[in-house]
Design a binder for this molecule. Structure first.
Ligand code: BES
Ligand code: MN
Ligand code: ZN
Length: 517
């Protein structure tokens, strides 16, 4: 279905990094602190070349930097990539993931067919869990090798279709642990790249019906996953007024995509039912309250929350948590036209609450409120929604972090924990009474915009009204969803934010308490 961008195969090999044959060997180098055994031995075999690059100041071992050297008869690799790990005493898994991203990215750039990763070799063995190392190396390798070029008919000098990556680990017991983690990392990494491709596709390719078709196809290929889709007539018949209103201005009609993961076997459905809800506006022109032209093309990324949920569901079905998970994706195209909803309209949402529209560009909350209510009706025990919801969130937190809002401190802590281990960062913002106050209308229950300030918080307060008594949190990924990966990762386009975060959140939740206990 998707043209495979670059096929990345990652495995753990019980090999010696120094002697194994490859096009590229990636080793980790610290900016401060003593060098490890591998780095020292490699330097010796390369006749002091590592010492020299450092001496000249060409490479300092900082995170996100690399230096390329060439192999000789003393080692098995044709090239050696020094990859910065930062200060030894501050080394963490996020830095290692970043190093793997750099290494795989460079391997693609060099058109290497085989790459050996020995990035972890000089880390203090006692400090890091081997399975975690395997996972982040694999996630990073997949992420770094990704390129979005399916519409480029002429590539300057071609690229390889496949990259074989070996995580080198001579120790047997440790290599088994690394391999266990690498399997998890592979599932997550591939799911994230799948999501990036869908996110990157333009709005003339991805619209609500074509997105729904992809979701259905994926469910067909995936055991344990089902997918049902409501079309515009069914959406209207069910009185999902928000999704209907936003979708009515476009020739590409809205869809409600509902995917369900059901655990199989013993202990199945023991955990709580998690509902992941993701905004999938396939293009946000603003509607009648039309946006300015500058960077409007970025609004193809307004589907990123929904696609992150799609990607997470793909990963979840591969990792098989204990509890049920719903992925609920309301999808519409927000366009101006004779059929569009208007400022001033009063919409009756699926929940029965009425909303006065004051700006058709605040459309995300209008589709999410129906989807959140749907999650409540499906009896989810916890609902997490994710959306490129407000420019205000980007103003508040920038492009790297997503905002997380909830009335439930414990749920926020769980999302923060998932952010910490997945490396997809969040920062809590408030969404209490003072913000809800601004969302009250004089002629309806709510209005769809608040005052001038704290737009991310007022939007969240609005959404919270539709979760009823269910534990709910909202993730505003407007910054990370629109950010161009080129700046930080050297790969233009989407970074697939949310797939790792949501998957990790669900996997952590699955070890929680049983239903009813
Ligand atoms: N999709 C946008 C939010 C957005 C804007 C994400 C810029 C990333 C970058 C959303 O639908 C929107 O238009 N929000 C408005 C809300 C306003 C009208 C209350 C915004 O943030 O300007
Ligand atoms: Mn908008
Ligand atoms: Zn939008």
């Amino acid at each position: 279905m998707i043209k495979e961008i670059i096929k990345v195969n990652v495995k753990v090999g019980r090999v010696d990094a120094l002697t194994v044959r490859s096009d590229l060997l990636a080793v980790g180098v610290f900016s401060q602190g003593r060098d490890g055994a591998l780095c020292k031995e490699l330097d010796a075999r390369l006749g002091g070349a590592i010492g020299k690059v450092r001496e000249l100041g060409d490479f300092k071992g900082k995170v996100g930097t690399t230096a390329l050297l060439y192999g000789n008869e003393e080692i098995g690799a044709r090239r050696v990539l020094l990859v910065g790990l930062g200060e030894r005493k501050k080394a963490d898994v996020a830095g290692l993931r970043r190093a793997a991203i750099c290494a795989a990215g460079k391997a693609v750039e060099l058109k290497a067919a085989s790459c050996v990763l020995a990035l972890h070799a000089d880390l203090a063995a006692g400090k890091f869990d081997a399975a975690t190392l395997g996972q982040v190396l694999c996630e990073g390798a997949c992420f770094g090798a990704y390129r979005y070029d399916e519409f480029v008919t002429e590539t300057e000098d071609g690229r390889s279709d496949q990259l074989n990556i070996t995580i080198a680990e001579p120790d047997g017991a440790r290599s088994r642990k690394l391999a266990k983690g690498a399997r998890v990392g592979d599932v997550i990494g591939q799911a994230q790249n799948f999501a990036r491709t869908i996110m990157n596709r333009p709005a003339n390719v991805i619209n609500p019906p074509s997105l729904a078709a992809i979701a259905k196809q994926l469910a067909k290929e995936t055991p344990g996953l089902t997918c049902t889709v409501l079309d515009e007539k069914q959406i209207k018949a069910r009185k999902m007024g928000g999704l209907t209103a936003v979708g009515q201005g476009s020739a590409n009609k809205p869809r409600l995509i509902v995917r369900k993961y059901t655990p199989a076997g013993k202990g199945a459905a023991g955990g709580k039912t998690v509902g992941l809800v993701g905004k999938a506006i396939t293009f946000d022109s603003g509607g009648i309250s039309i946006k300015p032209a500058a960077r409007m093309h970025d609004m193809k990324f307004d589907k990123s929350g929904g696609v992150a949920v799609l990607g997470a569901m793909k990963a979840i079905s591969g990792l098989k948590p204990r509890g049920e998970v719903y992925g609920i994706i309301p999808s519409a195209e927000n366009m101006p036209g004779g059929m569009s909803y208007r400022p001033g309209d009063i919409i009756t949402t699926y929940s029965g609450k009425t909303v006065e529209i004051q700006n058709t560009d605040a459309e995300g909350r209008m589709i999410l409120c129906d989807a959140i209510h749907h999650a409540v009706k499906l009896e989810c025990d916890v609902i997490v929604d994710i959306a490129t919801l407000t420019g205000a969130c980007v103003v508040a937190l920038g492009e790297g972090l997503a905002g997380v809002m909830s009335h439930n401190d414990k749920l926020v802590e769980r999302i923060k924990a998932a952010a910490e281990s997945s490396g997809e960062k969040v920062w809590r913002l408030p969404c209490g009474e003072e913000y809800l106050e601004q969302m009250k209308s004089k002629i309806a229950d709510l209005k769809n915009i608040g005052g001038k300030w704290a737009g991310a918080c007022t939007a969240a307060a609005f959404l919270g009204e539709f979760a009823g008594d269910v534990d709910w949190a909202h993730i505003d990924m407007a910054g990370a969803g629109m950010v161009d990966g080129e700046k930080k990762y050297g790969c233009p386009g989407s970074i697939g934010f949310g797939v790792r975060l949501l998957t990790t959140f669900v996997m952590n939740s699955s070890t929680g308490r049983k239903k009813g206990s």
